[in-house]
Design a protein around this ligand. Sequence first.
Ligand code: HEC
Length: 173
Amino acid sequence: MRAVPARGATIAAAALALGALLGVAHAVATASPAAAVGYRGAGSIPGVPDPRRAWADWALDCQGCHRVDGGGSPRTAPAIAGEVAKYLQVAGGRAYLGRIPGIASSPLSDARLAELVNWMLFRFDRRDVPANFRPYTAVEIGRLRAHPLRLQAAALRRELQRRIRARERSGAR
Ligand code: HEC
């Protein structure tokens, strides 16, 4: 007889823990984009109609490799936190972001992927987004992902990283 209430209590505790987790996830989903708000005083992230949907897409499609905080991991994927928008500052970087395998081969539609990429830039590296940034559109993402990088990805990445570091050394912002 004692096992039944004990199990009930365990289930209740698990449900509470799950509820807390979902609460945290919800807070992250809503708070993180909010933290990225402020781009030229705008009330939302440009090119992101639904930040919560973008966050959920990130969670399902990307964070398994790139980690919840964009910190990456040496075994799975590069860190994008504090880095990713730097690609927008160098020639070829904007196209690169639409053609890397993880993005180009995502199951998301062009529109959802454009939203996710725009969201990612502000969520993980708002500081480096150029002032004249034009959000990716579904059409642009569709065009880029139609030519996914394969074997060239690593070499192109090295070259873009070289441009980014050269730009940083020159003191440009
Ligand atoms: C299977 C693991 C994996 C998944 C899933 C994945 N990525 Fe990646 N991502 C990588 C790897 C590895 C690279 C390095 C480039 C390459 O070799 O493809 C990368 C590169 C990137 C880069 C460029 C960073 C750099 O410095 O080169 C961005 C931005 C990015 N991924 C975003 C995303 C987004 C957004 C998603 C979800 C739609 C995603 N990734 C899904 C593994 C992954």
